[in-house]
Write a protein that binds this ligand. Structure first.
Ligand code: PLP
Length: 394
């Protein structure tokens, strides 16, 4: 089929939930992709912060190949070694004592919401309310869109589940005031990703932790986008000198194989006893083999160092565009989660970059977001900046 035929078939047969760019990808390697016509692209999207080791990373490919030929799936009614090994790795490298596996970020957040409510039921006299942040994003299931503090995701889906309230991100006083006798948890991203790469003030997360401790409620960090090295440390919370009670992960966990996880302290995880939660595919051997290979690679010496260095270089080069392009009003982020805030809408720039073989994405209408593979090279950053220089107004 030609590209046009493929796109026409997609438009006819697939539910129209996505506004897609007119390109059909067939192959990827490292930070590069190729389309049906053999055109090469530098990928600053990485499946939206998913393919952190780059496309078709040989170690992940080999792990998947080997595991697929050995054992792909058995039920969680039984034990499997890859799941046990990956759980050990996550526990050894994070604050958490226990993990639960699922398949996506929304599912991980559903699990976190359920666990917080169950903890409230078991330990806090039935408190159930969860405070979340304006501008946040937590996924597309009914509870996850409700937790998401952006009205545009709620429209048309009423009635939404009860028990959520929204407060401004990065505002300690509002949080303090908003906690009621019903509140069992606060849910937030360490850096808001979909909300426009919003980095909180230095002391904010520490203040949230202190308030949660004082009030006896849970701090839940959604690290679906910030986790697994994206910000230059394995988890976003490591930048801020705090640990949460619950953390959710997905996206980069399997470098493209669907894997989600909830991680929690022993005390909190105790509220998820047998029969309280489950996932058919969660933690299956194939997904876990990909996750083990991915985490082993991220933990290798120099990997996160490269992410930090390239993140700094990317931010520095993007700032340099401001000289000739006054539409650039801010460049921000941590590691390789970087946003460039414009005074104009960004979609036409995304399209123009695509035509020139560079993939970027736009959030909040006017914020260009760069979340490339963490193995991105200097010359790829240079190419992005050169293309942006060409396509942005002066
Ligand atoms: N949480 C955060 C912070 C995200 O950025 C996303 C996706 O962009 C999600 C949750 C939802 O993840 P998924 O699409 O895997 O359900």
């Amino acid at each position: 089929m030609t590209k046009e035929e493929l796109i026409a078939s997609s438009e006819k047969n697939i539910v129209g939930t996505y506004r897609r760019q007119p390109v059909v990808f067939v192959r990827g390697e490292g930070a590069h992709l190729w389309d049906t016509e053999g055109k090469e692209y530098v990928d600053f999207v990485a499946g939206i912060a998913v393919c952190s080791l780059g496309h078709s990373h040989p170690r992940v490919v080999e792990a998947i190949r080997k595991q697929a030929g050995t054992l792909t799936h058995v039920s969680n009614l039984y034990y499997t070694e890859p799941q046990i090994r990956f759980a050990e790795m996550l526990v050894a490298n994070s604050f958490a004592d226990r993990v639960f596996f699922c398949n996506s970020g929304a599912e991980a957040n559903e699990a976190a919401i359920k666990l917080a409510r169950k903890y409230g039921h078991d330990n806090l006299k039935g408190r159930y309310e969860i405070l979340t942040m304006k501008g946040s994003f937590h996924g597309r299931t009914l509870a996850a869109i409700t937790a998401t503090g952006q009205e545009k995701f709620h429209v048309g889906f009423s009635p939404l589940p009860e028990g959520f309230r929204y407060i401004p991100f990065n505002d300690v006083q509002c949080l303090e005031k908003a906690i009621s006798k019903k509140t069992c948890a606060v849910l937030l991203e360490p850096i808001q990703g979909e909300g426009g790469v919003r980095v909180p003030d230095e002391g904010y997360l520490r203040a949230v932790r202190e308030i949660c401790d004082r009030k006896g409620i849970l701090m839940i960090l959604d690290e679906v986008q910030t986790g697994m090295g994206r910000t230059g440390k394995l988890f976003g919370y490591e930048h801020y000198g705090v640990t949460p009670d619950i953390m959710t992960l997905a996206k980069a966990l399997g470098n493209g194989i669907p894997v989600g996880a909830l991680a929690a302290t022993e005390k909190v995880a105790a509220s998820f006893g047998p029969g309280t939660h489950a996932s058919t595919f969660g933690g299956n051997p194939l997904a876990m083999a990909a996750a083990i290979a991915t985490l082993e690679t991220i933990l290798e010496e120099g990997f996160l160092e490269n992410c930090r260095k390239m993140g700094e270089y990317l931010q520095e080069r993007l700032w340099s565009l401001r000289k000739d392009h006054p539409v650039v009003q801010d460049v921000r982020g941590k590691g390789l989660l970087v946003g460039m805030d414009l005074t104009v809408e960004g979609n036409s720039i995304v399209k123009a970059c695509l035509e020139r073989g560079v993939l970027i994405n736009c959030t909040f209408d006017h914020i260009l977001r760069m979340v490339p593979p963490l193995v991105i090279a200097r010359q790829d950053v240079d190419r992005l900046v050169q293309v942006l220089d060409e396509v942005m107004v002066r």
